[in-house]
Design a protein around this ligand. Structure first.
Ligand code: ADP
Ligand code: MG
Length: 339
């Protein structure tokens, strides 16, 4: 019998990978914002049109790319962030898979402009359906601008499954908030259909939360701080009287990366036990820092779930830190460690 197995062409492999990484415009927003942060930018702009369906553009003032790197950045598994498997356990960057730009370029029209600080001129590359349509030398500011146009232009089924602009914009803003909250020291701005939605100057964590969620938030925040061998915690929980019916404002960041964890969420709700009206949920904005060697963030392409070596200990420390804070602010009537 003849052999029948073939390696898939790159553009097909990229399109398949895109299926995992890019669900909607907000996924593009996340990947581009994270690349801007990894590039060391201290000012980042997000521009969207039609909730990102027509355009998602991120402009940063980071380190930019060389002529060759600009082209290579669209290759699959091409990354400057890790070199070997060991690096996976010492990650200091958001990215490491080298898949985002290749995936996005397989399902959208992409324009990249980039310049490094010591160069007079930069590079502009246009990619359409994984093919380089043009590569020119251009005058452009230091840093990088990536424009992603007409998402899913070549996958009509995907494009038709996108929700209304209102819903997609909600996802885009959620993603923008997560990244902006994880990096209060970076200035962010967001524009939607030509008008400014957010303008967040570089500041501290409390101020960043207030700038995003409004001045009234300030009085709702109770600081939480804890520093142990295994975990450092810093951030805020919302006072119980401000708890909401929706789960909206619940943020965990592990080593500056937004994560979802039902288990750690339970640690918080259990710290709030007896303080919340039934059916309401506490707000929290908590940064957790752990040794990168003790977590695995490679379990899902979008990296919002991570695996901790010792979840149970983290749970206990987190719960008691939150209880302690609520107690200090005379919010909890009886605390078990006071007995
Ligand atoms: P990853 O972020 O996992 O490395 P990406 O496909 O997102 O993979 O990006 C590929 C490479 O392109 C990055 O490793 C980086 O070297 C370069 N790159 C992407 N975006 C930027 C940017 N905004 N500024 C500088 N370099 C970038
Ligand atoms: Mg990336």
């Amino acid at each position: 019998m003849a052999d029948i197995i073939q390696l898939l062409p790159d553009h097909v492999a990229n399109q398949i990978a895109a299926g995992e990484v890019v669900q909607r415009p907000a996924s593009v927003v996340k990947e581009l914002l994270e690349n801007a942060i990894d590039a060391g930018a201290d000012s980042i702009k997000l521009i969207v049109k039609d909730a990102g369906k027509t355009l998602v553009q991120v402009i940063d003032n980071g380190k930019g790319m060389s002529h060759t790197d600009a082209r290579l950045s669209f290759e699959r598994h091409a990354t400057s962030k890790i070199r070997n498997a060991e690096d996976l356990f010492q990650l200091n960057t958001k990215g490491f898979r080298g898949e985002a730009l290749a995936s996005i370029a397989a399902i959208a029209h992409v324009e990249l402009k980039t310049k490094q600080v010591d160069d007079e001129v930069g590079n502009a590359i246009v990619i359409e359906g994984s093919e380089v349509a043009s590569h020119d030398i251009v005058v452009t500011p230091t840093g990088t601008s990536v424009s992603v146009k007409n998402l899913f232009f070549n996958i009509p089924a995907r494009r038709n499954f996108l929700k209304s602009d209102t819903v997609e914009l909600r996802h885009v803003i959620d993603e923008f908030h997560r990244v902006a909250l994880a990096h209060p020291n970076i200035a962010f701005a967001m524009y939607n259909n030509g008008s400014e939605s957010f303008n967040l100057p570089a500041s501290n964590y409390r101020q960043r939360i207030v700038n995003i969620f409004g001045t009234k938030t300030n009085e709702k925040l109770v600081p939480v701080e804890e520093d142990t061998e295994v975990i450092k915690i810093s951030g805020f929980v919302g006072k119980p009287e401000f708890a909401k019916k929706t789960r909206g404002e619940q943020y965990f960041f592990v080593n500056n990366r937004f994560i979802k964890s039902a288990y750690l969420n339970h640690a918080i709700s259990s710290a709030f036990e007896g303080l919340l009206k039934p059916g309401t949920h506490a707000s929290y904005f908590l940064n957790l820092w752990v040794d990168p060697q003790t977590i695995d963030i490679n379990i899902h392409p979008t990296k919002t779930e991570i695996k901790f070596d010792d979840e149970h200990t983290l749970y206990a420390i987190l719960r008691s830190a939150v209880k302690h804070s609520l107690g200090q602010f005379n919010i909890a009537p009886v605390l078990d460690f006071d007995r």
